[in-house]
Ligand binder design. Structure first.
Ligand SMILES: Nc1ncnc2c1ncn2[C@@H]1O[C@H](COP(=O)(O)OP(=O)(O)OP(=O)(O)O)[C@@H](O)[C@H]1O
Ligand SMILES: [Mg+2]
Length: 383
């Protein structure tokens, strides 16, 4: 039978492709093209989970722009497969409306699994003049396993690249940070002497106070860099009331926006206790507020809300600044990624993410270019 020979060709072709996973997009595109041709179907797509949604990342025969297309996990046929992890095969279903708005005659949806994790699905739709038989399902499953494998390898490769970068940062920065830290100690000593001398000048004393506070921040920052370059952030955790954290953030943010037209508000619904490294979490908010201020160009709104939800405090940090370009949104947490700034180092969000992860929390971002940016942070409450 011709088919067997073709299938061998495909096996060889796919295994050769798997040797170079650096360009995952074109690799997946080639796999779906192969699947479409070999199974003789009209449409094939790979969808990957992103949070609660499934997004199309590669397609063959799709005659619509799928860049912004998404389906909620659990909804629709592919959403269901992504939730249950069970392969779905539908034949002769003349009235079936796929979620893409097509009428599909036959449809097969196979979960993409990495170990026990479902990372997405492979959709195979409408076999030309025919329906899916057992063999087709087997081949579909093989294609799905290769897609999942390619994605897993690609992710590992990206992780590897990142940790190489981190090692490099380590080499460069730790020695510099160390020196800065020592110099700061000396400055701090002198400032404290000044403070003693200025006992009867309350106004000047207030300025000195601010200098001491900021010096402490820079000192903390150098510690962060040292931690970060070692790739293990050391936390000094204490019980901290949410209300206390919020009022400290407010105090500092008010100083930061003093000479701008920025409207800063911060609020929380219910008070609770967190078990956190206060200085580090504080720095997280300073990083985010700094970014928002830079995105606002002197005018606009920064709004922080905190809500207790189940075991977490969920913070939303919103600004109506320039927003983040779609093509950059996946890169902003990478070390050294910076854009649109004269003196950005691109470490702010990388450190921020490390700190949140070290606390067992999560951070994500939503943004619309020219409209807004919103960072969402989840921190576990103290048990
Ligand atoms: N609120 C925001 N609005 C718009 N863009 C943002 C926002 N926050 C971050 N970004 C984008 O993400 C990039 C990375 O931010 P990050 O804080 O890591 O580095 P940076 O601000 O450029 O430099 P620095 O290390 O000095 O903080 C920024 O350069 C900017 O393009
Ligand atoms: Mg920044």
């Amino acid at each position: 039978m011709m088919k067997n020979k073709d299938f061998l060709d495909i096996l060889v072709e796919i295994s050769e492709m798997m040797n170079d996973i650096t360009d995952i997009d074109s690799l997946l595109s080639r796999i779906v093209e192969l699947a479409k041709g070999y199974l003789n179907v009209s449409r094939v797509s790979v969808m990957l989970k992103e949070g609660d949604f499934l997004k199309i990342v590669a397609g063959a025969g799709l005659n619509f722009d799928y860049k912004d297309f998404k389906i909620k996990v659990g909804e629709g046929a592919s959403g269901l497969v992504a939730k249950t992890g069970e392969t779905l095969v539908v034949n002769e279903s003349k009235n079936m409306n796929s979620e893409f708005g097509y009428q599909a005659k036959s449809y097969m949806c196979i979960p993409l699994k990495v170990k026990e994790n479902i990372i997405g699905v492979l959709n195979i739709t409408d076999k030309v003049n025919d329906y899916f038989d057992e063999n087709d399902v087997k081949i579909g499953k093989y294609m799905a396993s290769q897609c999942a494998l390619a994605i897993e390898r690609y992710n590992l490769y990206e992780e590897e690249k990142k940790s190489e970068k981190l090692k490099l940062i380590g080499k460069f920065t730790s020695s510099i940070a160390h020196d800065i830290k020592n110099l700061l100690n000396i400055i701090q000593g002198y400032v404290e002497l000044l403070e003693i001398e200025l006992d009867d000048h309350p106004a000047l004393k207030e300025y000195i106070d601010s200098i001491v506070t900021e010096l402490k921040m820079i000192h903390g920052l150098t510690l962060d860099i040292l931690d970060f370059s070692k790739k293990n952030i050391m936390l000094r955790r204490d019980e901290v009331r949410l209300s206390e954290l919020i009022s400290e953030i407010k105090k500092h943010a008010d100083i930061m926006i003093k000479f701008t037209d920025i409207d800063f508000t911060i609020s929380y619904e219910n008070d609770t206790s967190l078990f956190i490294d206060k200085e580090k979490i504080f720095r997280v908010f300073m990083n985010l507020i700094n970014n928002s201020i830079e995105a606002l160009n002197g005018k606009g709104v920064i709004k922080i809300d905190a809500k207790v939800m189940d075991e977490y405090v969920v913070f939303e940090v919103y600004d109506n600044g320039i927003g983040i370009k779609k093509e950059n949104i996946d890169k902003i947490f990478d070390p050294f990624f910076t854009s649109g700034k004269i003196k950005g180092t691109g470490l702010g969000l990388a450190v921020t993410k490390e700190i949140i992860i070290a606390h067992g929390g999560e951070i994500s971002v939503e943004s619309e270019e020219g409209e807004y940016t919103k960072f969402i942070i989840k921190l576990p409450v103290k048990k």
